[in-house]
Design a protein around this ligand. Structure first.
Ligand code: ATP
Ligand code: MG
Length: 429
């Protein structure tokens, strides 16, 4: 099968030119270059909107020295080069694209979950080390057979039958992150796990214990980049995989509803963090510690997750109509904003929801008009007295007691301790 037409149709012009130039450069040294992995799958699917959309990160395999080739290409173009000599891989970064070049390689695993040992190999070896048949296809970029599909493991047939299939029975135990990847593609593409793949996946769930926290966390991050990660999470729960990561994790209708709500927030730059915090919302404060350690969660996200649970237990305090804005502020100011947002999504009380939103959208930004310098000009000396006055000004401002800066000055002066030693500086008003 030849996919030249699909390549020309779907790849942006500029990217296409780059890829062709790379292949020409390689040909000068008798080397062949192939497009490989996700891009081949997506081109065959024909509808980029089905998968992760138009791809600007392409994977290329070189039968030859990928690092040397990348160096030559970088010298001749504007690309930034990042080379990993040990793995025979290089990344070329352009303004709008990145290209990953890898030396065709053979991988062997010293033990399950270990990083593989890598030796140079042919394309065929390079393809069998891959996760699923639908990701183990390549397209030649060489001039003599440009566009020709290399499909040694029936990936195209599996694509047509909508199946996720591993390439050998030891695949999940070699690298149990593939368990999470399998379900991610299954849900993204609305495919099914092929029967034996499903059996082996379930059998090898305990092999997740061989995977480092960082790698598991990375796979969860990839899941959270999917359009509807709740489908993946719920399917992982159904298969018993989530429990293999942490016995406290659950996937259910609640997760589905809240993930959807998080995604529909106006400003969702923190979306992955919101998903992480929703995922542990049913945990106890002690259970979460085990989870944070298992996934080696970075400090800021750990804080957000702990705060989420701490705030959850304090929500009844916010379920009162009589609360003044300053009271809401003091109940919330110490928490990570992500934790507050998560509780706003999770809480079923409209009052709590309103108070949390008030804090997030307004109260946390309230500042007094007078700062320390201006207070000094009013004769208030730096130190505990000034701290106390600033706090009282802030509280009054939160509660809407000032209309003008002059109101604020008036209150500051009235709070000032009488100065017995010196005459106060005359007011400029
Ligand atoms: P997408 O980016 O759309 O999720 P992709 O196929 O490009 O899909 P990447 O994670 O970018 O996925 O990986 C590129 C290719 O590398 C995959 O298509 C697959 O062939 C291979 N690959 C990635 N991770 C693994 C793994 N854990 N085991 C084996 N092969 C893998
Ligand atoms: Mg990719």
């Amino acid at each position: 099968m030849n996919l030249a037409r699909q390549i020309e149709q779907y790849l942006p012009r500029q990217l296409l030119k780059l890829v062709k130039d790379i292949s020409k450069q390689a040909a000068k040294h008798g080397q062949r270059v192939y497009l490989v992995g996700g891009v081949v799958r997506d081109l065959l699917l024909g509808d980029p909107s089905l998968s992760s959309g138009l791809r600007f990160d392409l994977d290329l395999v070189v039968e030859g020295d990928a690092v040397k080739l990348a160096q030559q290409v970088a010298e001749a173009s504007q690309a930034k080069l990042l080379a990993h000599h040990r793995f025979g891989t290089a990344k070329l970064r352009y303004e709008n694209f990145t290209l990953d070049l890898a030396t065709a390689r053979r991988e062997t695993y010293a033990r399950p979950g270990a990083l593989p040992m890598v030796t140079p190999g042919t394309l065929k070896y390079d393809l069998i080390r891959r996760d699923f048949s639908i990701n183990a296809m390549a397209i030649s970029l060489a001039a003599n057979d440009y566009g020709e599909l290399v499909d040694s493991y029936q990936g195209k047939i599996d694509l047509e039958h909508c199946l996720i299939r591993i390439l050998h029975p030891g695949s999940f135990s070699d690298d149990a992150t593939r368990i999470l990847r399998a379900v991610r593609y299954e849900q993204r593409l609305c495919f099914e796990l092929e029967t034996q793949t499903a059996q082996l996946l379930k059998r090898d769930i305990p092999m997740l214990d061989t995977i480092s926290g960082d790698r598991i966390r990375h796979e969860l991050e990839l899941i959270f980049k999917e359009k509807q990660p709740e489908f993946v999470i719920n399917r992982l729960a159904e298969l018993g995989v989530l429990q293999g990561i942490s016995p406290f994790l659950k996937g259910d209708g609640w997760i589905a509803e809240k993930f959807d709500k998080a995604r529909h927030l106006k400003k969702s730059t923190q979306l992955p963090s919101l998903y992480f915090c929703l995922l542990i919302y049913s945990f106890s404060e002690t259970d979460v510690e085990q989870f944070l350690a298992r996934l080696n969660i970075p400090a800021k996200l750990s804080r957000a997750m702990r705060d989420t649970l701490r705030l959850k237990t304090s929500l009844p305090l916010l379920d009162k109509s009589s609360l003044k804005p300053s009271e809401i502020y003091y109940l919330l100011w110490e928490y990570e904003p992500v934790a507050i947002q998560v509780n706003a999504i999770a809480s079923d009380s409209s009052m709590v929801h309103r108070h949390l939103q008030l804090f997030l959208t307004k109260l946390r930004y309230v500042r007094t008009s007078l700062d320390g310098e201006e207070l000094k000009k009013l004769g208030i000396s730096a130190g505990p007295e000034m701290g106390k006055i600033l706090q009282m000004l802030h509280k009054a401002k939160l509660d809407g007691e000032f209309r003008t800066k002059a109101d604020e000055k008036k209150l500051a002066l009235s709070l000032k301790a009488p100065d017995l030693n010196t005459d106060p500086e005359p007011s400029r008003e």
